[in-house]
Design a protein around this ligand. Structure first.
Ligand code: NAP
Length: 473
C-alpha cells in the first residue's frame, strides 16, 4: 500500500489538491512518494499571508522552534536519511551525513537567534559630531523566497529556512521537484515545533505558476536561490527591484603541488570527486597535479577509486549511489567520450547503467574539454597536469566559475600565494573545496554567485535589514 501523498503548505495549511507529482527512485524507478501541487492562486495567497503576518515570535520563541525541530530530526534521523537516498539516489551514508549537517544548521540558527545583533556608535568622535548615540537593530523582511536544488535536498532547504526563522522573516520555499519529499517532511517538523503557519509556505507546481510568480512579485523582498547558472541568471534578469542571494554552479579545482603529502592528496581527490555522487556545487571537478608527481598520484588515485563501491543507494556497502537521473548520467558519459576523443584516457570506471555511473578517473585531459570547462555534476575525477604553482593558478582561474578550491601543499608560501591569487569564494589548504562548518561564510563569485555569502550568520543578514536609530543621550 502506498502512503498518502505529502502535501504542499499554504501558510501552514496542507494544500489537498487532486494534482499530484510522483517521485521515483533514480536507481530503480520505484515510487518514493507523491506530493500535492499548488496553483498560481496558492502562490499569490502565500505571499499575501506572509506579508500580512505581524505576530513575529520573540527571539526566545524562535530559538525554541529551531531547537525543537532539531530534536525531532535527531529522533527521526534514519527515516530522513532514507528519504533522501530514496528520492535522490544518494548512498545512505550521504543521506545520514546530510541529516547531521542539517542538525548543525538548526543548532547554529537557534544560537544566532539569541545573539544580540545591534551596534552602538558614539557621535562625539569627530569635529562634525554631537553628543548623541547611534544604535542599530536588525528588522525582519516582509517576505523571503527560497528556491532550492536537488543535490542536498534537506541541507539546502535548512540553510534557507533556519536563518530566515532566526531573523523572524516569513519565507516561501520552492524545493526541487526532483526531491521534494524530505523538504515537505522537514516543513512538517517546523510546524509541529510551533512555527506559525504564515511564516512558512512550501509550494511546488508549474514553473510559470509558482517559481516565476515568486521571483517577480513586488511584495517579495529577497529571493535566495541555489541552483544552476542558467536559472540563476534568468532570475537575476527577471526579479526586478529586490535583494538577490544567488548560489550557483561550480567547477572547483584541487591543486596538488609536488611537495604535497600524496596520501592526503589522493584521499582528498577521491572524497572531493565522488562524495554525494560528485553532485556537490563544491565537488572537485578538476584535479590539477604538478607534472613531477602526476604518474604516482594517478596510480594511487586509481587504486583508491576501487574502494568507492557504486550501486543500490540503500545498500550499506554502497559508497556512491546514482546521479539524479539517467539523462544526467548520459550527459556525463558524453563529456567523457568527448575528452577521450580529444586524447584523454579513462583509467578506471566510466561504465553506466541507467542513472548509475561508476566513479571515473580520466587522465591527460586537454584543458579545453567541455568536461573541465563547464560544470560536470557527477563522480568524475579528471586529471590535468601543470608545470608549477603559477600554471596551476592560471588554469584554476580560467573558467567562468569562482566557487571554492583546494590546494594540497606543505609549503606555506605556496599556500599563501594560492589564497591571494585564486578568484573564488573559498580556498581550503589541505582540504577539499567543500569543507565548511554550517555557520561559516560560504558562497562564490563570477558565475558562481554575486559574492553574497550564505552560512547561518551571513544568511541571516540576507533575510533582514539594518535599522539605524539615534538618541540624544
Ligand atoms: P536548477 O535546475 O537550476 O534548479 C534549481 C531550482 O530552480 C529548482 O527548484 C528548480 O525547480 C528551480 N527553477 C527552475 N526553473 C526556474 C525558473 N525559471 N525560475 C525560478 N526557479 C526555477 O538546479 P539543479 O539542477 O536542481 O541543481 C544543481 C545545480 O545547483 C548545480 O549547478 C550546482 O552546482 C548548483 N548548486 C549550487 C550550490 C551553491 O551553494 N553554490 C549548492 C548546491 C547546488 P524545478 O525543480 O521545478 O526545476
Amino acid at each position: 500500500m502506498q502512503p498518502p501523498p505529502l502535501t504542499c503548505f499554504l501558510a501552514g495549511q496542507p494544500i489537498r489538491s487532486a494534482d499530484t507529482l510522483t517521485i521515483r527512485s533514480p536507481f530503480d524507478g520505484s515510487v518514493s512518494g507523491t506530493v500535492t501541487l499548488a496553483t498560481r492562486a496558492d502562490t499569490e495567497a502565500a505571499i499575501a499571508a506572509a506579508t500580512a503576518f505581524r505576530d513575529t515570535p520573540s527571539r526566545y520563541q524562535r530559538a525554541e522552534i529551531l531547537e525543537k525541530t532539531r530534536a525531532a530530526l535527531e529522533a527521526r534521523r534514519e527515516e530522513f536519511a532514507r528519504t533522501i537516498s530514496s528520492e535522490a539516489g544518494l548512498a545512505l551514508r550521504e543521506g545520514r551525513y546530510e541529516v547531521g549537517r542539517t542538525i548543525d544548521v538548526l543548532r547554529f540558527a537557534a544560537m544566532e537567534t539569541l545573539r544580540d545583533d545591534g551596534q552602538t556608535f558614539s557621535c562625539d568622535i569627530s569635529a562634525q559630531g554631537k553628543p548623541r548615540k547611534i544604535f542599530t537593530t536588525r528588522e525582519p523582511l516582509r517576505c523571503a523566497v527560497a528556491i532550492t536544488p536537488f543535490n542536498h535536498p534537506l541541507n539546502q532547504v535548512a540553510h534557507k529556512l533556519g536563518p530566515a526563522i532566526a531573523a523572524g522573516t516569513p519565507i516561501i520555499l520552492k524545493p526541487s521537484e526532483k526531491t521534494p519529499l524530505v523538504a515537505l517532511k522537514f516543513a512538517e517538523l517546523l510546524y509541529a515545533a510551533g512555527l506559525p503557519g504564515p511564516m512558512l509556505s512550501v509550494l511546488l507546481g508549474p514553473t510559470a505558476d509558482v517559481a516565476e510568480v515568486l521571483v517577480k512579485h513586488p511584495d517579495v523582498d529577497v529571493v535566495a536561490f541555489t541552483g544552476s547558472v542558467p536559472v540563476g541568471k534568468r532570475i537575476a534578469a527577471t526579479a526586478g527591484y529586490k535583494k538577490l542571494v544567488l548560489e550557483l554552479g561550480g567547477n572547483d579545482p584541487l591543486i596538488v603541488l609536488d611537495d604535497a603529502d600524496l596520501d592526503l592528496a589522493v584521499t582528498l581527490a577521491a572524497e572531493g570527486s565522488y562524495r554525494n555522487s560528485g553532485q556537490r556545487c563544491t565537488a572537485v571537478k578538476r584535479i590539477l597535479v604538478q607534472d613531477g608527481i602526476a604518474p604516482e598520484f594517478t596510480r594511487r588515485l586509481v587504486e583508491k577509486t576501487r574502494e568507492y563501491v557504486c550501486g543500490n543507494p540503500l545498500d550499506e556497502a554502497t559508497k556512491v549511489g546514482t546521479v539524479i537521473d539517467e539523462a544526467s548520467a548520459v550527459y556525463l558519459e558524453t563529456v567523457v567520450k568527448e575528452a577521450v576523443a580529444a586524447g584523454a584516457k579513462v583509467l578506471i570506471g566510466g561504465e553506466r547503467r541507467g542513472a548509475l555511473l561508476q566513479p571515473t578517473v580520466i587522465a591527460d585531459v586537454p584543458r579545453d574539454c567541455r568536461m573541465v570547462v563547464a560544470e560536470s555534476f557527477g563522480p568524475l575525477a579528471p586529471i590535468l597536469t601543470v608545470s608549477d604553482l603559477d600554471d596551476a593558478l592560471t588554469l584554476a582561474n580560467s573558467t567562468a566559475y569562482g566557487l571554492s578550491s583546494g590546494v594540497v601543499t606543505t609549503n606555506l608560501n605556496s599556500a599563501m600565494k594560492a589564497i591571494r591569487t585564486l578568484r573564488c569564494g573559498t580556498v581550503n589548504i589541505n582540504e577539499v573545496p567543500g569543507f565548511r562548518v554550517e555557520n561559516s561564510p560560504f558562497g562564490g563569485i563570477k558565475d558562481s554567485g554575486l559574492g553574497i555569502k550564505e552560512g547561518v550568520i551571513e544568511a541571516m543578514k540576507g533575510y533582514s535589514y539594518v535599522k539605524t536609530f539615534s538618541l540624544p543621550w
